[in-house]
Write a protein that binds this ligand. Structure first.
Ligand SMILES: [Fe+2]
Length: 175
């Protein structure tokens, strides 16, 4: 983790824009996930009430943070957007992700994509486009994922910009 954080510092200086940073960090995170003992066991503790966030590292200048999210089966986030770029890699378990697009005129959400993210899978989100999603542990066991955010999560508390209500399902066209 110490090496990873050092490399994040370098990547942050080398890549100028959020998209480039997220792409470079995702490559590095993918190799970190293949290593053993990535996280201190205290950062994999769940909470029976809701998915749990552990702050693993905050850059001294607040430019990025590393967070572990821990989910028991069935625990999920609300639908949300983000304050900054983020890169997500699954360490353990199975995370079901649903992505949405916001209609700027009607303000309604439309589901655009569903993915099952398994250990070793990495994805990223860069606001303001395609950064609205929901994540749920759809597996039978605990799920743990590592998140790198382009901001100071210690100060902000979370990467969530705003949350949304579930979209109303489109009515079946069957007669
Ligand atoms: Fe998210």
């Amino acid at each position: 983790m110490r090496n990873f954080v050092r490399e994040l510092d370098r990547l942050h200086r080398e890549a100028a824009d959020p998209q480039a940073r997220a792409e470079r960090v995702s490559e590095r995170l993918r190799s970190l996930l293949a290593a053993d003992d990535v996280l201190d066991p205290r950062h994999t503790e769940p909470d029976p009430r809701a998915y749990r966030q552990h702050l693993v590292h905050v850059d001294a200048q607040g430019r990025f943070s590393v967070v572990a999210l821990v989910w028991l089966p069935g625990q999920e986030t609300p639908i949300h957007s983000h304050v900054c770029w983020c890169v997500v890699g699954v360490l353990t378990g199975l995370e079901a992700e649903t992505r949405y697009q916001l209609d700027p005129v009607t303000g309604e959400l439309a589901e655009t994509e569903r993915a099952i993210n398994m250990p070793g899978d990495v994805c990223w989100l860069v606001p303001p486009d395609e950064d609205i999603h929901k994540v749920r542990n759809d597996g039978q066991s605990i799920a743990v994922s590592l998140h790198v955010y382009g901001t100071d999560i210690g100060r902000l508390g979370s990467s969530i910009n705003r949350t949304y209500r579930e979209p109303i399902p489109v009515a079946s066209s069957k007669a």
